[in-house]
Ligand binder design. Structure first.
Ligand code: LLP
Length: 434
């Protein structure tokens, strides 16, 4: 739990608003975000890097809702995008193209054109082939593309293998040993302008040392480049700072910044960082209602109306998300007779150990294993720390329309994404007629 989601009179609230009210008004499953948490997170980041020329490029993939992008743009953020679609979102949300960096291993020519047309700050190029393609696309448009090479520093981020990106065996970036030669090549291509260097070693890092190890390797390269007359304007150190889901103890934003700034002491390049999760992860929860309680031979199941299509992280990474009852009184002893489930019911139940699962037809469709919960049918649960890589990774598997999204600031509640309908899902499909 965070300060932004706390119990008030036994009711779990988003800021000052009971989640029960939100569920009644907007239905479930529903993502709920704290505006204050978002503002505080960004402000902390910005303050931590103050005193040094810096740009915080929020990693859009973590949560790309327009309201969130709009809020961050207003606070002064830049954006790290990985597709033409994300660029269009940033522009639609009022983000400034000249604060956008474009990462990703598979940029298409069309995406490059879109980004050149918009006038983005920099392409983070991830291969020799991409460098050649970008030069050609820029030439055809009569433009010059500003580039960084994303260098793979071969540093162990000590995180989940699926979200570790800075090792030799990963598909990301340019091999450290090849970077110098590729920079030489880039500096000779007429439609490219070499402006920076970039690295991103992974996500959900809970230690500072891999960030510093990566930064040091990058700086060695920056100095070698300078000796050849290739002088860089910015250093992009990626994202990756972890958050607390359970009992992790990630460094604070301030400690992370102090360490990075320490490693960069005495240097004049502008610093870019690409945080995603740390800005939004603990600013959101997934609100879900218990549809059924099923007491199996070996396990008790709480079957809820959110599923792996809404929050994929548990199924995909075996990720842990805390699950809390929205009404704390549901943890009281079992009443007799048992109350009937109903809309908004806050019936009492005893605490049992539950598998919290969704309705999707996959054994991997779970939100939490072995959770001690006092719940009843019709009760509400909040899946915590779901603001990052929750909605943005959701899908329509099992033809499930995607969840609504709501933002709360103090006592103000606004819908920031309507619940999808089956109509939306079927709209583009056609029967095959011979
Ligand atoms: N920059 C680049 C180039 C990235 O690839 C990423 C994340 C970020 C920045 C932001 O990283 P963050 O600060 O959020 O750690 N779906 C996974 C996480 C995948 C991260 C992919 N890249 C999850 O749910 O844990």
């Amino acid at each position: 739990m965070t300060d932004y989601f706390s119990y008030q009179n036994d009711q779990l609230c988003a800021e000052q608003v009971p989640l029960d009210d939100i569920a009644r008004r907007f239905g479930t499953p529903c993502y709920v975000y704290s505006h204050t948490a978002l503002v505080d997170g960004y402000s902390q980041f910005d303050a931590a890097f103050a005193g040094r020329e810096h740009l915080i490029c929020y990693a859009v993939k973590a949560n790309s809702n327009l309201a969130i992008l709009h809020l961050l743009a207003r606070l002064g953020a830049g954006f790290d995008i990985v597709s033409g679609g994300e660029l269009q979102r940033v522009l639609a949300a009022g983000g400034a193209a000249h604060k956008v960096v474009f990462s990703g291993v598979g940029k298409t020519a069309a995406e490059m054109r879109l980004a050149l047309d918009a006038g983005i700050l920099c392409f983070n190029v991830e291969s020799a082939a991409e460098l050649m393609r970008l030069n050609e696309v820029a030439r055809d448009m009569g433009r010059t593309a500003s580039i960084s090479l994303r260098v793979n520093p071969d540093v162990d981020a000590k995180t989940h293998p699926y979200i570790s990106t800075g090792l030799k065996q990963n598909k990301f970036g340019v091999a450290y040993a090849e970077a110098l030669a590729l920079y030489r090549k880039a500096s000779e291509l007429p439609h490219l302008r070499v402006t920076g260097i970039d690295c991103h070693i992974g996500s959900q890092l809970t230690e500072i040392s891999p960030f510093i190890a990566a930064a040091e390797k990058i700086l060695t390269l920056v100095d070698a480049l300078a000796r050849e007359g290739i002088v860089l304007e910015h250093l992009d150190l990626g994202g990756g700072l972890g958050i607390r889901y359970c009992d992790e103890t990630p460094p604070s934003i301030a400690d992370y910044a102090v360490a990075l700034l320490g490693a960069l002491r005495g240097r004049s390049e502008k610093i870019i960082v690409e945080p995603g999760r740390v800005l939004v992860g603990n600013a959101g929860v997934l609100l879900t209602r218990v549809e059924y309680l099923k007491h199996g031979e070996e396990k008790n199941f709480a079957i809820v109306d959110a599923a792996m299509n809404d929050l994929m992280r548990p199924a995909l990474y075996d990720a842990y998300h805390e699950i809390l009852p929205v009404n704390i009184r549901t943890t009281s002893p079992l009443p007799n007779p048992l109350p009937q489930a109903g809309e908004g019911a806050i019936e009492k139940s005893n605490v049992l150990t539950y598998e919290v699962v969704g309705p999707v037809c996959e054994t991997g469709d779970f939100l939490g294993h072995a959770r001690e919960l006092g719940i009843v049918q019709g009760g509400l649960l909040a899946v915590m720390s779901a603001g990052a890589y929750g909605m943005s990774m959701s899908s329509n598997y099992n033809t499930r329309p995607r969840a609504a999204e709501v933002m709360v600031c103090g006592t103000v509640v606004q819908l920031i994404r309507e619940r999808e309908t089956v109509h939306h899902l079927l709209a583009g499909e056609k029967t095959f007629v011979l």
